[in-house]
Write a protein that binds this ligand. Structure first.
Ligand SMILES: [Zn+2]
Ligand SMILES: [Zn+2]
Length: 473
């Protein structure tokens, strides 16, 4: 406030000392004149002159008081006269996010902001409220918007909540990436659809518990069932691949862990120790994904190989292959065919899901490029980040599904990596949700997905997706 008054030429602070000085000088002149008259004409004349002097001084004093008063009330009037449409309640909370820039027409950074605000106002019409407020004309804005530096840019969400403020010049690129970082979408399509959610499954999951994979929630094919003995009882998994996903997420000591694992013999349909089985490892010609079949006897494996091709390998080799590609965020084992491709500083890694892929930016602190596929149509979506914000998104209409589940305490938490995804547009997402009646969660922007990861602490990143944290119960 003090600083503003110093900068602002409209303040009346300097007027009153000048007037006082003039009055003092006047009185001194009057007194000198009276003294000279007294010397010439004696006491009686002095009395007369003295009276005139007192009257003049009194008049001057009254004038000073009036001038000072009118100056002060002048300031007060300006403060009260902030036009109603400049008040926060009129500019914000009207269902659109708002960017308010408070500055004065005369300061240089304020002048540099003017064309940027003009552009944003035009480009974001109907999506963002952009308003410049002139503190030179309305000094009381300083108090209303709590301004100490000119210019200050204040970011409000659609409900009128202040999200962020920045002092001094702010470039257009920085303003736009800040909105993204704040999770506010300024693209029309995303704003319209950002309210989509399904918090109650369309269908109750009444599948027998034994037929559901502990890891992916998918149906268990009895021919590829894997079981793991744990402290909490046996865990049933749909395939060796889901077993290795679980294994890669474990935080406990894994020495000798394979003794707890049984796989299903492809021929006899019965459980056998995983470590002593042989495996036929073939690639599915349609999806390119590995197809793993377990056998108690190598002879049976060779017979199967005749028809389906592939290589016969042992448990150790299978483990090596399965753990070769890992999620760059949560370290989970992935099949490259299923994973998002992430490029960070020229090095490639994978994201086990779309959200984990963006998490690589949080984990490494690097700018990344993510190539992911729409979960419905497999169309490509490319996200590039810059300083922890989304710098570009192709197609621009792409959105994310944040799969969430309600915990017993009522809070909503992530439903795990298997339940996340990107889509080229909100329509695809809605179709996919329709086709997956057990899924619950909400549509969020790709920027929000990244922002959620960027705000994690190093400790939270360390624990990301480890069993017990985000694995389905
Ligand atoms: Zn599974
Ligand atoms: Zn992951």
């Amino acid at each position: 406030m003090e600083m503003l008054l110093q900068q602002c030429p409209c303040s009346g602070g300097k007027g009153s000392p000048l007037l006082l000085l003039a009055v003092v000088a006047g009185v001194w002149l009057l007194a000198s004149w009276a003294r000279s008259v007294y010397r010439k004409e004696g006491v009686s004349l002095m009395n007369k002159v003295g009276k005139i002097g007192i009257v003049v001084v009194l008049i001057a004093a009254v004038v000073v008081v009036i001038v000072v008063k009118s100056n002060k009330s002048g300031q007060g009037t300006a403060a009260q006269e902030i036009p109603a449409e400049y008040m926060p309640g009129q500019l914000t909370g009207k269902g659109l996010p708002a960017l308010i820039d408070v500055g004065a027409g005369i300061c240089i950074p304020c002048k540099l902001m003017a064309p940027i605000l003009e552009e944003l106002k035009k480009e974001m019409e109907g999506r963002l409220v952009v308003q410049f407020l002139d503190i030179g004309r309305f000094p009381a804005l300083a108090e209303v918007y709590r301004i100490s530096i000119q210019p200050t840019q204040i970011f409000y969400d659609a409900s009128g909540k202040e999200l962020f403020r920045h002092e001094a010049f702010y470039s257009k690129e920085d303003i736009l990436s800040k909105w993204k970082e704040l999770g506010v979408d300024l693209t029309g399509g995303q704003l319209q659809s950002s309210t989509f959610e399904r918090l109650v499954p369309a269908k109750t999951d009444d599948r027998p518990k034994d037929s559901i994979c502990y890891m992916c929630d998918g149906d268990i094919n009895p021919k590829t069932l894997v079981t793991v003995q744990t402290d909490k009882g046996p865990v049933r998994l749909c395939s060796p691949h889901c077993y290795f996903i679980m294994y890669s997420c474990l935080t406990e000591d894994k020495a000798g862990f394979e003794k707890k694992v049984s796989v299903t013999d492809w021929v006899a349909d019965k459980l056998i120790p995983a470590a002593s089985a042989v495996y036929l490892y073939a690639l599915d010609s349609r999806t390119g994904r590995p197809m793993v079949k377990a056998f108690a006897e190598a002879e049976r494996a060779r017979a199967e190989q005749e028809t389906s091709g592939g290589n016969i390998i042992d448990w150790t080799m299978l483990q090596e292959k399965e753990l070769a590609a890992r999620c760059g965020f949560c370290d989970r084992a992935v099949y490259r065919e299923d994973a998002a491709v992430v490029r960070a500083a020229g090095v490639y890694t994978w994201g086990c899901c779309s959200h984990c892929a963006l998490g690589v930016a949080a984990r490494t602190g690097l700018d990344i490029e993510v190539h992911e596929h729409d979960r419905l149509t497999a169309q490509e979506i490319v996200v590039k980040t810059l300083n922890g914000s989304v710098a570009s998104l192709e197609p621009a209409t792409a959105v994310a599904w944040f799969g969430q589940r309600q915990r017993p305490d009522g809070a909503w938490g992530s439903a795990g990596c298997f339940h996340q995804g990107f889509f080229v547009n909100a329509e695809n997402l809605k179709k996919w949700v329709e086709q997956n009646p057990y899924e619950t969660g909400r549509l969020i922007s790709v920027s929000q997905t990244l922002a959620d990861k960027m705000k994690l602490s190093p400790q939270q990143i360390q624990k990301a997706c480890k069993i017990g944290e985000c694995a389905p119960k």
